[in-house]
Design a protein. Structure first.
Length: 451
């Protein structure tokens, strides 16, 4: 009996130490089994206490009266599947007649307390089926991305969501995005993760860093074009507009609209073109958009109008030509001048780190969700990297990117420097660095290089 007691004490002590120092390890060893047992045992009573049950149907009441049996109790949603994950549990529920997915979402906080979980979120999979994701610990406190992620063309993992799932930046689904964040909020780390994720892909990177290039120029070996001041940025954006028009001419020439061509093969953007002639997609990263919109003289005002006009044109027309925008800034408001709100309307993806004022949060999420605005202004200053990510559908998530140092991002970009395309329209803006490969990468993946 003494040996058993000692072993039990050691196991409890080990569990407590793991829960304190390594919550992910604790969850995989002890937490997942205890949480699953707790959910299954408490399920019926918790659902009844949270108002997620329905009264028995009339035929069940009539059958109970006819057979002189006790009256049936209220029924909770049926559990279709309980699946453990590396961060929590996923509960798939079949709703009873009369229930709605909003009822489960409204009760998520009560479910969190009742099941003793760290967080609970829900989403509707299809009519009558709801997925409830429960996290067993704070996954954003120490971000650990899973070893395997679902990487596709123009889709890269950049952060971890509070429900334990991976947050992807999918350019095919959301072409343009706005990222806001005050100084020391983690915006630069988010941008490094984005560049590091794009570096191994067949994509051209174009950067505009008006802070004299201190953020993006260390990554220059993977960039096809870089601008370090507003004057160069103006010419670079004009060159991108010229390239966009050229790509549209290519699409027009290859549309093949004839009677014997199926509708699915008619080209409407670069992804409908054959691989041999498909132009390389471009991701344009603007590090500080306010520097492009500010002016002090008449000449700077003319330059500013050219810049904003070019950005709006790229945001409105660039998707089909394979040009995608990542607009970043500390502040983004209507005081930046005409055209700014028009530009914001084209930026479907929104990410807001800690901001210094509610107006910036409203510019990011005011037209999406009031709850996202409230969540953005409540991000604490000591939680660098935590952000709110949403889109025009109204959905939003709390995310945090894993810490990536500038040296790590530089190493990744240098490792994949051979993937940097040489775009003729952007050749004057190609950063000149020692050790840059002399042989250019062709415009398309299979087309021969230009002589």
């Amino acid at each position: 009996m003494t040996g058993f007691t000692v072993a039990l004490v050691l196991v409890v002590a080990a569990a407590g130490l793991l829960r304190w120092r390594r919550p992910a390890w604790y969850w995989m060893t002890f937490g997942v089994a205890l949480a699953a047992l707790r959910v299954l045992v408490r399920y019926a009573s918790v659902m009844d206490a949270c108002g997620l049950t329905v009264p028995p149907s009339r035929w069940r009441l009539a059958l109970a009266r006819a057979t002189n049996r006790p009256m049936p109790e209220s029924r909770p949603p049926c559990i279709l599947r309980l699946r453990p994950t590396r961060t929590g549990l996923v509960l798939r529920l079949k709703l009873r007649p009369g229930q709605d997915a909003f009822d489960v979402a409204a009760a998520s906080d009560r479910l969190r307390h009742s099941f003793s979980m760290y967080g609970v979120t829900s989403r509707e999979l299809r009519s009558g089926v709801v997925e409830v994701r429960m996290t067993g610990y704070d996954v954003l406190k120490r971000v650990q991305m899973p070893a395997k992620t679902d990487i596709r063309p123009m889709r890269v993992p950049v952060a971890l969501r509070e429900d334990g799932s991976v947050h992807y930046r999918d350019y095919r689904a959301i072409p343009h995005a706005l990222t806001l964040g005050a100084t020391e909020s983690g915006k630069s780390v988010y941008q490094r993760n984005l560049v590091a994720g794009l570096a191994p892909l067949d994509v051209a990177l174009v950067g505009i860093d008006c802070k004299q290039g201190i953020e993006l120029f260390p990554l220059a070996r993977r960039f096809s074009a870089l601008a370090a001041n507003p004057d160069t940025a103006t010419d670079l954006l004009d060159a991108l507009v010229t390239r966009m028009e050229g790509v549209y001419q290519l699409i027009r020439a290859e549309q093949r609209i004839t009677a014997d061509i199926p509708d699915a093969e008619i080209a409407a953007d670069i992804w409908d073109l054959p691989d041999a002639i498909r132009p390389t997609p471009i991701v344009v990263l603007v590090d500080e958009v306010a520097e492009l919109a500010l002016f002090a003289t008449k000449e700077e005002e003319k330059r500013r109008d050219r810049v904003i006009t070019a950005l709006v044109r790229l945001a409105q027309l660039g998707r089909a030509a394979g040009i995608y925008l990542e607009i970043c800034g500390q502040r983004f408001g209507s005081e930046l001048g005409k055209g700014i709100t028009m530009l914001r309307a084209q930026l479907t993806g929104r990410t807001a780190h800690r901001v210094n004022d509610e107006t910036s949060a409203n510019m990011a999420f005011g037209d999406i969700s009031p709850d996202a605005v409230l969540a953005a202004i409540q991000i604490p200053a000591d939680m660098r990297g935590v952000a709110i990510a949403g889109d025009s559908t109204g959905g939003w998530h709390r995310i945090r990117a894993p810490h990536t140092s500038l040296r790590q991002a530089v190493n990744i970009c240098n490792r994949h420097a051979d993937r940097t395309p040489d775009l003729p329209e952007l050749a004057p803006f190609r950063p000149a660095l020692p050790g840059t490969p002399a042989t250019p990468v062709p415009l398309s993946k299979t087309a021969p290089a230009a002589a």
